[in-house]
Ligand binder design. Structure first.
Ligand code: ZN
Length: 341
């Protein structure tokens, strides 16, 4: 019980990409870049295993950004037509590609990455892909001109990809949907339907990650406007509880989410964020244990998975490594209290 996992990303080594930034440029190209990515995955797996993380990821070492990495092999998405738009309800600006034609997946995007990670760890393997709503919110569209329709098209493409990733050996497919905390009406109108299309027929555990974003300034400022209690999850959790998604990954550590909202996820596995990714201050194992104990008031131990609030890619590597160790150690403390190993 209390199996630990991470939301997905880890910082990249400085020999691979420029540290401490999103959309960081690669430091290498061609075969050297491919080799460096694989080496970075080995480091990411090793650091998680050393920290006692039970369900590991490749640390998203092979993609420049969690959304655009997936889009690079999709026909209909034109990276030559980049435009700057406001994303997440105009919270911050991003340079995004444009949808200019029907979406067609040319080839598997991440199957080689899953196969490589699978071959180098005996732990359960989780892999993340962006969810349909978050993809739709992170590009410009001049073809479908309808967010729901575009989301359902991306859900189809994600499903095609996911079937190959399952065949390559992943145990958990996680769809990242930070946009679910922004467009709550759309979650009800078509967001869950798009998730269901994306996971249709998959022979693996499925998860959705919903957070308040990376620890970058625009997100920290936004959180400051959300008031004393963050109740966004109150709209989406009842919908997810009735959905066919198996696990929900959410933000808890240092957040103003009322933990009683976790009770709305009855019947689901809950990946409880016990590590704050918006601060370089490293949690102690006791801090992590305290968050787990508070969540246990609302989530049974067999369904509680201690996790990070969000991806750690913007953090310094030594900080991320120390936070991983605190996560593993904090979970072990509570397991011992509960008489489990
Ligand atoms: Zn996140």
């Amino acid at each position: 019980m209390l199996l630990t996992t991470i939301a997905g990303s880890l910082p990249k080594p400085s020999w691979l990409a420029k540290p401490r930034m999103l959309w960081a440029p690669w430091n290498l190209s061609g075969p050297e870049l491919a080799e460096a990515k694989r080496d970075a995955v080995l480091v990411a797996l090793g650091e998680q295993e050393a920290a006692g993380i039970d369900i590991v990821s490749d640390g998203e070492q092979s993609r420049q950004h969690f959304v655009h990495g997936f889009l690079e092999a999709i026909d209909g998405v034109d990276f030559a037509r980049r435009v700057t738009i406001g994303i997440r309800a105009d919270r911050y600006k991003a340079e995004v590609p444009t949808v200019t034609g029907p979406l067609v997946r040319r080839r598997a995007v991440h199957a080689d990455e899953v196969a490589f990670a699978r071959a180098h760890t005996t732990k359960k393997l989780k892999f993340t892909v962006p969810g349909p709503m978050t993809i739709v919110d992170t590009l410009a569209d001049e073809h479908y001109r309808d967010r729901r329709r575009l989301a359902m098209e991306f859900a189809r493409v994600i499903n095609e990809e996911a079937r190959e990733l399952v065949a390559a050996g992943l145990d958990v497919l996680q769809l990242d949907e930070p946009a679910f905390n922004v467009y709550m009406d759309d979650v009800a109108a078509w967001g869950i339907e798009a998730l269901h299309r994306a996971i249709e027929g998959l022979a693996c555990t499925t998860a959705v990650h919903i957070c308040y974003g990376y620890g970058i300034k625009a997100n920290v400022d936004w959180k400051g406007t959300l008031g004393a209690e963050w109740r966004q999850y109150e709209h989406t959790f009842p919908l997810l509880a009735r959905s066919r998604i198996g696990q929900v990954s959410l933000e808890c550590a240092n957040s103003r989410v009322p933990l009683a909202l976790l009770g709305l996820l009855a019947g689901k596995d809950v990946l409880v964020g016990c590590i704050d990714v918006a601060t370089e201050k490293v949690e102690t194992p006791d801090d992590v244990a305290a968050t787990i104990r508070r969540a246990l008031e609302y989530v049974p131990a067999a369904r509680l998975f201690p996790c990070t609030n969000c991806g750690m890619v913007p953090l310094p590597r030594d900080v991320a490594r120390a936070k991983l160790r605190a996560l593993g150690a904090g979970a072990r403390l509570v397991r011992a209290e509960l008489g489990a190993s």
